[in-house]
Design a binder for this molecule. Structure first.
Ligand code: SD4
Length: 359
């Protein structure tokens, strides 16, 4: 069962409720677990979540051309979801606890060029700002006001900062229960608050939304083009109702995204703090360098996270996806429910359910 909320951008037009959205999503996509990875897929694009399927579709238009570049493909894919209304990517996403949407994104190409923006406000396409930074400056990362200034100086429009209707509604609902003051050892209290949807409205961000789904849904996209070159992009509004200024793994090279053109690429979604702790996607790629398949490499990285605190891991989600130079792909998550989208032909792609540590 996909548990994603990205489909709100479809539901805004056609579906009034989350349950309606879920059954709509199920009827659209054949969610399944692959028995094995398939080799030799080139070009290929893989994205986090079932909402990655339309993202892949956009990326595929670039990749299916002999001269199509993976970097252009992942940027176009990221732009497409940044343009849609959804909870977790782009300016329509859920705000921080101060009611402001702050965006994180990064991009990396086959030559280890990388660009990243974090805590960026009122700019529609953070992934393109990250690419601009990568291609026109000696820097890798810009944050906050400086990132916004750079974006505007490079022709990106400064948007109004007004919340989307969905985000406004979600924020008001969150405010009803929010506790703004930091609580020491809140994680322990969250573990005790086992009841899904109840725990976590502390100083950081709720682990779960009211409907019981995990609070995160970043778009990570990794691709290999017809020339065999790899690139990746990761874009998000981060965890909903996060502390102001909080930055997750998504804009951090080696955490939310890593590409090594000799080996493979990986990206992540989930509770960023836990991914940062183990340099998650760098770990996945290094495991592939040592000969592990993408699936095995993702599993090893998840096990590394769980091992740090197996009790705490029961209450947060992290998922990794990876591809290697042979065109194999794989994914693994801590909990059930992490879907991912794979496209390597004109057939429209497929959604798979990742295997998970907790069954
Ligand atoms: C974060 N990893 O900000 C990102 C968010 C994510 O789903 O996946 N959100 O920690």
């Amino acid at each position: 069962m996909p548990t994603r909320r990205h489909f709100l951008h479809f539901s805004a037009l056609t579906l009034p409720t989350l349950s309606g959205f879920k059954s709509y999503a199920n009827s659209l996509f054949n969610v399944q677990t692959p028995k094995y990875t398939e080799g030799g897929n080139k070009p290929i694009v893989v994205s986090t979540w079932d909402s990655g399927l339309p993202v892949n579709k956009v990326a595929w238009k670039v990749l299916r051309e002999a001269s199509g570049r993976a970097l252009d493909a992942v940027e176009a894919g990221a732009n497409s979801i940044e343009d849609t209304l959804n909870c977790c990517v782009g300016l329509g996403g859920n705000p921080d606890r101060d009611g402001r949407v702050t965006l994180d994104a990064c991009i990396m190409d086959e030559k280890a060029n990388c660009g990243s923006v974090a805590f960026l406000e009122r700019i529609k396409h953070p992934i393109s700002v990250a690419r601009k930074l990568m291609e026109t400056t000696p820097h890798v990362m810009l944050v906050g006001e400086g990132a916004q200034k750079f974006a505007v100086a490079n022709g990106f429009a400064l948007e109004s900062g007004k919340l989307s209707d969905d985000a406004e509604k979600n924020y008001k609902k969150w405010l009803e229960k929010s506790e703004y003051k930091p609580i020491i050892n809140i994680e322990q209290q969250q573990i005790k608050a086992k009841k899904k949807g109840k725990g976590g409205n502390g100083p950081f961000a709720p682990n779960y939304f009211e409907d019981g789904t995990f609070n995160h849904d970043t778009m990570g996209t990794i691709a290999m083009d017809a020339s065999g070159n790899l690139s990746g992009a990761c874009t998000t509004s981060g965890m909903g109702f996060k502390m102001r200024g909080r930055v997750g793994d998504s804009p951090i090279i080696g955490a939310g995204l890593f590409v090594d053109n000799e080996v493979g690429a990986a990206t992540s979604s989930g509770q960023g703090e836990e991914v940062i702790r183990v340099c998650g996607t760098h770990l996945v790629v290094e495991m592939m360098r040592m000969g592990k398949t993408p699936l095995e490499a993702c599993q090893i990285a998840i096990e590394r996270i769980v091992k740090i605190n197996p009790i705490k891991a029961k209450d947060f989600q992290v998922g990794f996806i990876a591809i290697n130079k042979a065109g194999e792909y794989g994914a693994f998550s801590i909990h059930k429910g992490f879907s991912y989208s794979v496209t390597h032909s004109d057939d429209g792609g497929k959604v798979f359910m990742a295997e998970s540590y907790f069954k």
